[in-house]
Design a protein around this ligand. Structure first.
Ligand code: AMP
Length: 280
C-alpha cells in the first residue's frame, strides 16, 4: 500500500517523503482511514509499530482541512483542537516531535506540557495559542485549573499508552479531562494491552469505537537501522569503528566484543582518542 491511497493532504504526503517513509506500517494502513472518517478507535499497538503517526497524521489532516489557526489564543487562553495525553514526559516529547515534523509546512502550533518542568515557559507557549497540546495528565490539570487551557473547542482526544496511564494511577485525571471536552469529539485510545480496566475506560469515553490490533513485531523497531560492515583485518575494523563513532549524531554507543581482555583494550584505546569510554 502507498500513503497516497490513504487520501492524506499533499503537505502531509510531502512531509512523509522527506522523512523517507515509503509505505504505511500495518497500524497506519488500518487506523488512518477509520480516523479520517471520524470514527472513535481503540488500537492495540506497541511502540515501534508507527502508532504515533497513525493518529498524528489524521489529527493534522483535520487541522489542514479547516485551516490552521495561527497566533494567540483567545484572551491568552489556549483552546486546542487536538489533545494527546501520554503517561510520561518522554513519550509526550516524542509525540510532539512527530507532530512538528509532519505538520511543519501546515504551520501547526504544537505545545508540549509535562510535570517537573518550570511553569513560565509552558505558560508563555500556551498564551501564544495551540492547535495541538501533547500533555501528561497531572500537569495538564494544573493548567486547566489555572484557566490557561480551555477544552471547549476540542475535536479530537487521544489517549496514548492508555495502559501505562492507568498503571500510573492517572485514571481519574484522564476522566476529569475528558469530561471537560465536548461530547461530540473524536476519541482515540492506544494501548499495548487490552484488559478490563481499558475496556471500562473506553466504554465510558468512547462511542461505537472500531478496534484494531496489530501483531507485535518481534523484529527490530522501525527506528533501529541494522548494518553489516565487512572488514579486511583488525586495523580495518578499528578504522570502521572510529569512523562510526566520530559521527556527531552518535551521542551514545554500545560496542559488543567477544572477550573481557578485548573489551578493556578497546575501551582504553577509545579513551586515548578522547571518548568517555568504559569496559563492562
Ligand atoms: P512509533 O511506534 O510511533 O514510536 O514509531 C516508531 C518509529 O517509526 C518513529 O521513529 C517513526 O518516525 C518511524 N515511522 C513511523 N511511520 C513510519 C513509516 N511508515 N515508515 C518508516 N518509519 C516510520
Amino acid at each position: 500500500m502507498k500513503f497516497e491511497e490513504l487520501k492524506l493532504a499533499p503537505e502531509l504526503l510531502a512531509a512523509l517523503t522527506t522523512c523517507g517513509y515509503t509505505e504505511p506500517t500495518p497500524i497506519q494502513a488500518q487506523a488512518i482511514p477509520q480516523l479520517l472518517a471520524g470514527r472513535d478507535l481503540i488500537g492495540s499497538a506497541q511502540t515501534g509499530t508507527g502508532k504515533t503517526a497513525a493518529f498524528v497524521l489524521p489529527a493534522l489532516q483535520r487541522l489542514a482541512a479547516s485551516g490552521v489557526r495561527a497566533g494567540a489564543g483567545r484572551h491568552g487562553v489556549a483552546t486546542p483542537r487536538i489533545l494527546v495525553l501520554a503517561p510520561t514526559r518522554e513519550l509526550a516529547q516524542q509525540v510532539a516531535e512527530q507532530a512538528l515534523r509532519y505538520g511543519r509546512s501546515l504551520r501547526v502550533s504544537t505545545v508540549c506540557i509535562y510535570g517537573g518542568a518550570p511553569y513560565p515557559v509552558q505558560n508563555r507557549d500556551l498564551a501564544r495559542g495551540a492547535d495541538i497540546i501533547v500533555a501528561t495528565p497531572g500537569r495538564l490539570i494544573d493548567h486547566l485549573e489555572r484557566g490557561r487551557i480551555d477544552l471547549s473547542a476540542l475535536e479530537m482526544l487521544v489517549l496514548d499508552e492508555a495502559d501505562r496511564m492507568l498503571d500510573m494511577g492517572f485514571v481519574d485525571d484522564v476522566e476529569r479531562i475528558a469530561a471537560l471536552a465536548p461530547k461530540s469529539r473524536q476519541t482515540v485510545l492506544f494501548s499495548a494491552t487490552f484488559d478490563t480496566a481499558i475496556a471500562r475506560l473506553s466504554a465510558r469515553l468512547m462511542r461505537d469505537a472500531v478496534r484494531i490490533e496489530v501483531e507485535s513485531d518481534k523484529s527490530a523497531p522501525l527506528a533501529i537501522e541494522q548494518r553489516v560492515h565487512f572488514a579486511d583485518d583488525h586495523s580495518h575494523k578499528h578504522r570502521i569503528l572510529d569512523y562510526l563513532l566520530a559521527d556527531v549524531a552518535m551521542t551514545q554507543s554500545i560496542v559488543f566484543i567477544a572477550t573481557k581482555r578485548d573489551a578493556e583494550s578497546l575501551a582504553q584505546r577509545l579513551q586515548g582518542e578522547g571518548h568517555a569510554a568504559a569496559a563492562l
